[in-house]
Ligand binder design. Sequence first.
Ligand code: F0G
Length: 468
Amino acid sequence: MSQPSQPSQPSQRRTIIEPFRIKSVEPLALTTRPQREGFLAAARYNPFLLRADQVLIDLLTDSGTGAMSAAQWAAIMLGDESYAGSRSFFHLETKVRELTGKKHVIPTHQGRAAEHILFQVVNREGMVVPANSHFDTTRANCEVLGGLALDLLPLASLDPSDNGLFKGDIDIEKLERVLVEYGDRVPFVLMTVTNNKAGGQPVSLANLHAVRALCDRFGLPLYLDAARFAENAWLIKEREVGQGERTARDIAHEMFALCDGFTLSAKKDGLVNIGGLLCIDNDDWADTARSMLILTEGFPTYGGLAGRDLEALAVGLEEILDEDYLRYRIASIRYLFEKLDAIGVPMMRPPGGHAVFIDAGAFYPHIPAWQYPGMALTNELYLEGGVRAVEIGTVMFGHPDPAGGHDHCADLELVRLAFPRRTYTQSHVDYLVEVIESVWQRREFARGYRITSQKQVLRAFTAQFDQV
Ligand code: F0G
């Protein structure tokens, strides 16, 4: 009888382990339910208004909340804090050019600063910027200049139950129609990789090539919002026909080679707590961008950052493409997804890059969108287990009816559980599953909310609520 073959590498076993061990720990606050009831009431039922030390597992965002490596902390000591010509800048510039091939590397304090500068550089009368989806800050930076930010996803990508592998792809036919209709009013086409708003879903290489071809036909630059470029590259490797044998780094190279520039929030796949980049091939655009940078961020060799931040980012951009890390990262999202799927929890399918998105509208069908089912679920998760998630539904994207009726509601009522990088372990996820299961079992007793106070702009961050 032949011996059953033994897995010879950790990556071939069923359990995909965290490919790191812990050198420095941060204690978590274990609270009781009565304490959490008090904290949430004091926060006016808006988890954004909780103090972080009242939270046990914080899944509000994966932005700037990850753990840096020993190598990054060591690099921080090498930071050159010279105002001009810092060694750390040239180090980062070399790393970014190796990875992306882009000519001009401009550091900013975070992603939205890069977006703000880019939109000012290209601004024109009646500007129209088509994208797969604009992230909120990207959209806001376009609209504040009077521009029109268009999201061009195919309809199926907006359906949480659709199992498409590349639900971040732009609808090429819609894009072509927009380019014909708006002509010179379009300064560039933007592709967000992965697509945060559509559930952390990846964009395929095939789609990026098709967008590139259209841009060439219309003589337009293609830009990436590359916040989660490494997760996108890994999902291409896992899912796209013919890409499985390539390295994530090689795929990332190709993604960057297809664009003329990109903005990047380094707080995601830069593996740092603060930082951003604006990278541009066009010399004239880069000149203008640097002038704006000096106005609002800083001298071009530090942008909005300290020399030590530039060093940490240079190391982060190397570490993020480590395949053991990426395999674990995507597996940990899939792990949570599969556990919740087995219980029956409705979610945005399939599992994507940085987060699991629960379909709160389907979770609480008895709570109408204008009573914020996503807020109800977010608050139940906190009360049940000290877990902080974020509502991505009518509170975030809807708005009040000027005539005093129900809110204008969002298309989807989602709750995002975003995973900070290298921060929580599998036992945290197992605990999370238990918490969500308890909330699921008592779902018919949950009640909706009404807003008691809100601001005109970005109300989700500060709105106050009462239960109905
Ligand atoms: N682009 C994408 C796709 C993002 O997800 C974010 C931030 C930004 C740009 C802006 O970058 O925060 O560095 O200014 N997303 C965070 C989130 C805030 O929670 O999804 P930033």
